[in-house]
Write a protein that binds this ligand. Structure first.
Ligand SMILES: CC(C)(COP(=O)(O)OP(=O)(O)OC[C@H]1O[C@@H](n2cnc3c(N)ncnc32)[C@H](O)[C@@H]1OP(=O)(O)O)[C@@H](O)C(=O)NCCC(=O)NCCS
Length: 459
């Protein structure tokens, strides 16, 4: 029987907690769901191309396009109050229905990828097949290993990751097919192959960067054909015997897989992809956006900030002292890292999911750094409200994500955004496939000068 299609909301509510046995591959499943989406878009275009769905205000133009509904992104939608939903499924829904790895409880990257790409909940067999494919083609080409090995250890891991991903386009099937000359309707199939190969190779690339920078000279193990993507990633990083860390990273990587399309990294992938740059180049560019402190670098900033707070407060970790520290940060003109969001207006459900993970594990519950994160959460929203600037005084996912890694001994916080980069590939790459399947055009918004804006306002 087929895996159940859960694109419609009603069907989703009814079906989301059931699993359906299927032997269909991810390619066949996608082939099956694409025509309905193409039809949906065609109908919208034919019937509503000129229908007005919003206004553009001056604040949108000078305010980083906040709130402007101007981009198609099918895999997830971010509600300011509820948080992210992946094809309609909330994070707790996903935790219930998406298959875990053998011996684990947390959803795998493969199952999240399947959901994002096809809109369907896969079976365990389907995700295991995908894991086997990733393990089989996850080795890096020799030239890439040599390239990464030639980087100085002082080069930021995100720069290395972006350069490595760009260089993987040496093997781009999309680029080769485009040069040969293919029909537009075939773009998505080659894009899909590139995306799957890139996801398969990310653990080996990201782990090699980690080993070169932080554990030079230590032999990197081979990929294990029986492990899932994250299981292999953790093994290659050198923490394969830590089951809790592996489970944490499964959850973290699945949760971070997508956060709708307007965030800087997803948007960059989409923009670059719209020029028909191949998926490697598109995602390489996205990673450079992710490397910014207001985006993916925030998790390392949180940890740096919480450790500095821990050092300053010593044994006097009280609400009043944390409050004072928060004010000191704000008065020095800095933001409180891990708090606020461009869209969300409530505590980030990803933060809550990671908190729940911590509560379920005694070693994390008792960890001083996690306890400090919790205490900060009890105080920070009040301080930020009083400060009165941020539209969202609540924690985002980064308020805790790096601190858990730190507890488990992955203490090199400059590396944390690389893990985020491995994760965000799931969403950004699936949407490159869909952009091609739907024939979306080159992205080209209209900009205006200050003078033109002045005239528009007067008119
Ligand atoms: C995420 C973030 C970049 C969103 O930015 P944004 O959409 O511009 O947020 P807002 O509209 O709420 O910003 C309004 C004002 O509040 C300030 N603000 C936002 N979050 C703040 C925070 N955590 N601490 C202090 N001030 C904050 C902004 O700097 C801005 O000030 P300005 O008017 O002087 O420029 C911002 O909240 C931030 O810098 N947070 C800390 C970094 C972080 O955690 N990033 C990870 C995001 S997942």
């Amino acid at each position: 029987m087929l895996a159940r299609n859960i694109f419609s909301k009603a069907a989703l509510r009814e079906a989301s907690f059931k699993r359906f046995a299927s032997t269909k591959s991810i390619r066949d499943t996608l082939k099956e769901v694409i025509p309905a989406k193409q039809e949906q878009l065609k109908k919208l275009k034919a019937e509503h191309s000129q229908t007005v769905v919003g206004d553009i205000k001056v604040e949108n133009i000078i305010g980083g396009m906040r709130g402007l509904k101007s981009m198609l992104w099918d895999a997830s939608v971010l509600d300011p109050n509820e948080g992210i939903r992946f094809h309609g499924l909330s994070i707790p829904d996903c935790q219930k229905v998406l298959p875990a790895a053998p011996g684990g409880k947390e959803m795998t990257a493969e199952s999240m990828l399947w959901l994002l790409l096809t809109g369907q909940v896969p079976t365990s067999e389907q995700t295991r097949e995908l894991s086997a494919e990733f393990a089989a083609k996850g080795e890096l080409p020799k030239f890439l290993e040599d390239l990464v090995d030639s980087f100085p250890a002082s080069l930021h891991p995100m720069t290395q990751l972006s350069m490595g991903v760009a260089a993987l386009n040496h093997d781009s099937q999309f680029q080769a097919a485009y040069e040969r000359g293919i029909k537009k309707s075939e773009y998505w199939t080659y894009t899909l192959e590139d995306c799957l190969t890139l996801i398969a190779r990310l653990p080996a690339l990201a782990a090699r960067i980690y080993r070169n920078v932080y554990k030079p000279g230590v032999q990197i193990p081979a990929l294990d054909k029986n492990l899932d993507l994250v299981g292999n990633y953790v093994k290659l990083l050198g923490y394969g015997d830590n089951h809790s860390l592996t489970e944490y990273l499964r959850l973290y990587i699945a949760l971070h897989g997508d956060h709708e399309g307007g965030n800087a990294s997803a948007h960059t992938a989409h923009l670059v992809g719209s020029t028909l740059s191949d998926p490697y180049l598109s995602y390489s560019a996205a990673l450079l956006a992710l490397a910014g402190p207001l985006h993916g670098l925030a998790n390392q900033e949180v940890l740096r900030w919480q450790l500095a707070m821990q050092k300053e407060l010593g044994n006097n970790i009280t609400h009043d002292n944390i409050k004072e520290y928060l004010w000191k940060t704000l008065k020095s003109g800095q933001v409180v890292p891990g708090y606020g969001h461009g869209v969300l207006r409530n505590p980030d459900p990803r933060f809550i999911a990671l908190q729940e993970f911590c509560q379920g594990r005694p070693e994390l519950k008792d960890s001083p750094i996690i306890q400090l994160v919790n205490k900060t959460f009890e105080v920070a929203p009040g301080v930020l409200k009083e400060h009165g600037k941020t539209k969202n005084p609540y924690p985002n996912v980064d308020a805790t994500s790096g601190c858990v890694l730190y507890h488990y001994g992955l203490t090199e916080f400059k590396y944390y955004t690389v893990i985020f980069g491995v994760s965000r590939a799931l969403g950004a790459l699936t949407q490159l496939v869909w952009a091609k399947a739907l024939g979306l055009p080159l992205e080209r918004p209209k900009s205006v000068s200050l003078d033109v804006l002045g005239k528009l306002v007067k008119a």
